[in-house]
Design a protein around this ligand. Structure first.
Ligand code: GDP
Length: 338
């Protein structure tokens, strides 16, 4: 448990938007195109998006309503049993700009959505390999189980294909103990056991997925009382606010008006300060909507306006921080499996 002296600059005001890391889950969704990622996200948003425990977020005027602004960076935040779940989209195939690493570097777990009829396809192997290497905990969701061609036996086969794939990609023992869920994203349900979802009284809900994310994926690590540091993973541009940088906060708390600077690692050298400035706007997601917040803490994903120079792979931090975060995970991938 933390304690603060009342004069400390890093004191956490519990009336603000800062969450304890234990209340946060950061999860990526990985799927081959057409395996049902969009349909699943839509169902998750429908069931969880409106249920917001954070009154501040509710009170915030959404930027869209204010003047048509959205953060295009691909993530959404939904609320489940008192937790905020940041769900990050991943490219479904190999890429050469390091996007997979950037995105997967923000999460502690991933839901691998696989069409149970088709099984795992080559294009997702690249993303899965990167995710396993970065230490994330996977959850397997076998989708389209409602289809006639998808039998319990077929699901068992796909499950062992995924196990072998993970093992071949060097998964750890704990990564190989992945939970398996059966789903019809189209039908709006997820189950822990194989079912066609057509028995009378069957509960069509994505709750088993949300519970599995809550219980199986660890909360982000991060100390709220350390100085603010964030590795920039995504970037947007807004006509009014200029550059918006998005990432998962590595440590500390960031507040509106805070003095911050951008830092960059230079090979074999100390970190270089790119620019000094102030936090002009802070934004989070509420479902699909972008909302203004006053503060955000370690482990959470936030977008910051105020600096024009720092970009993807750079660090944004409190001005007393002199060392950039390692951006090793940002190196462009060296292999392609497409
Ligand atoms: P994405 O490319 O992974 O985002 O896939 P979509 O969510 O767009 O789904 C691709 C197609 O599969 C669409 O026609 C969906 O209606 C269909 N689909 C998605 N989930 C299911 C499912 O659980 N069962 C069936 N039968 N079709 C599904």
């Amino acid at each position: 448990s933390r304690h603060f002296s009342s004069a400390a600059a890093n004191e956490v005001d519990k009336a603000d938007d800062v969450l304890e890391p234990s209340q946060i889950r950061n999860v990526a969704i990985i799927a081959h195109v057409d395996h049902g990622k969009t349909t699943l996200m839509d169902r998750i948003l429908r069931e969880c998006g409106a249920n917001v425990p954070q009154e501040r977020a509710m009170d915030s005027i959404t930027l869209e309503r204010e003047r048509g602004i959205t953060i295009s960076s691909k993530y959404t935040s939904v609320y489940w049993k008192g937790m905020q779940m940041n769900v990050v989209d991943t490219p479904g195939h190999a890429d050469f700009g390091g996007e997979v690493e950037r995105v997967v570097g923000m999460v502690e777990g991933a839901v691998l959505v696989v069409d149970a009829g088709e099984g795992p396809l080559a294009q997702t192997k690249f993303v899965v390999a990167k995710a396993l290497n970065l230490g994330i905990r996977p959850i397997l969701l076998l989708n389209k189980v409602d289809r006639h061609s998808v039998t319990e036996q077929r699901c068992g086969e796909v499950e062992s294909m995924i196990f072998d794939l993970f093992a071949n990609l060097g998964a750890t023992d704990s990564q190989l103990e992945f939970p398996v869920l059966y789903a019809s994203a189209k039908g709006g349900w997820v189950s822990r056991t194989y079912t066609k979802g057509d028995e009378p009284g069957f509960d069509r809900t994505v709750a088993p997925l949300m519970d599995t994310i809550a219980n199986h994926i660890p909360p982000p690590k991060g100390d709220l009382s350390s100085p603010f540091k964030m590795l920039i993973s995504m970037m947007d541009h807004d006509a009014f606010m200029g550059r918006l940088v998005t990432g998962r906060i590595n440590s500390g708390v960031v507040r509106l008006g805070d003095r911050i600077h951008g830092l960059r690692n230079v090979e074999g050298d100390a970190s270089v300060v790119l620019e000094q400035g102030k936090v002009i706007k802070l934004m989070k997601k509420n479902g699909m909507a972008t909302v203004l917040v006053n503060s955000a803490g370690a482990g959470d994903i936030v977008s910051i306006a105020g600096l024009a120079e720092p970009s993807i792979g750079h660090t944004i931090a409190a001005v007393d921080v002199t060392e950039a975060l390692p951006a090793a995970a940002m190196d462009p991938p060296t292999l392609s499996m497409t």
